[in-house]
Design a protein around this ligand. Sequence first.
Ligand SMILES: Nc1nc2c(c(=O)[nH]1)N[C@H]1C(S)=C(S)[C@@H](COP(=O)(O)O)O[C@H]1N2
Ligand SMILES: [Mo]
Length: 219
Amino acid sequence: MTLPPGQRAVEGFPRFGTHLHHPPPAVPVDPVIEVGGALTQTITLSVADLAKLPRQELRADFHCVAGWSATDLLWEGTSFAAFYRTQVEPLLDKPASHVIFEGLDGFQSIVVLEDALADDVLIADRLNGQPLDSDHGAPVRLVSPSQYGFINTKHLCRIEFHTSEPPIQDRWSPLASHPRARVWEEERHRHLPGRVVRPVYRSLIGPIRALSARGSRPQ
Ligand SMILES: Nc1nc2c(c(=O)[nH]1)N[C@H]1C(S)=C(S)[C@@H](COP(=O)(O)O)O[C@H]1N2
Ligand SMILES: [Mo]
């Protein structure tokens, strides 16, 4: 099994993220996704209707920028490209270049549209044959396994399209995220080479994992 540079396989699939010790957000009874930004009109798509768009199954590993990889996960959901072509493109006056994905916990990822349209990108509602649980992003999450975990926003509630790169808060921070975040290119950060930050991250995996597990859904 080959992993991208600087990654190590872990057992299972830990819950991880900036939410740390907070429990995952409650899933609304009838979840919807607001789709807006540079569209001629904002649309609200129910998660149930989203699931009726062309679907895709994807077996892939999942790579966190901190250096752990969960292997051999089976995702199912709506193809992002199919969602974009049928629901979004007809409502755009000029072509979009970037997409912001937002979760119910306020987490956001900014993705270059070209990367989001790759054929391994989906809005997943199932994992390993089960409905997606709250630890891993219920009701639906973005899955783009060729990009680091932080691109893969969980608990999706809003998708926003932009015609140029949206302003980025920590643009000049040495730890600013890489705008493409491609795992095989080891694009961990905008300014620092991926290799340099490996040891720092590795030392953080244990503590973050422990904190994050504390906020997990009770088993
Ligand atoms: N809504 C939301 N999505 C998120 C995060 C988060 O904190 N909130 N963390 C990101 C990070 S850094 C990683 S590594 C993955 C972890 O996904 P998992 O908890 O399913 O392992 O989710 C990503 N998506
Ligand atoms: Mo991550």
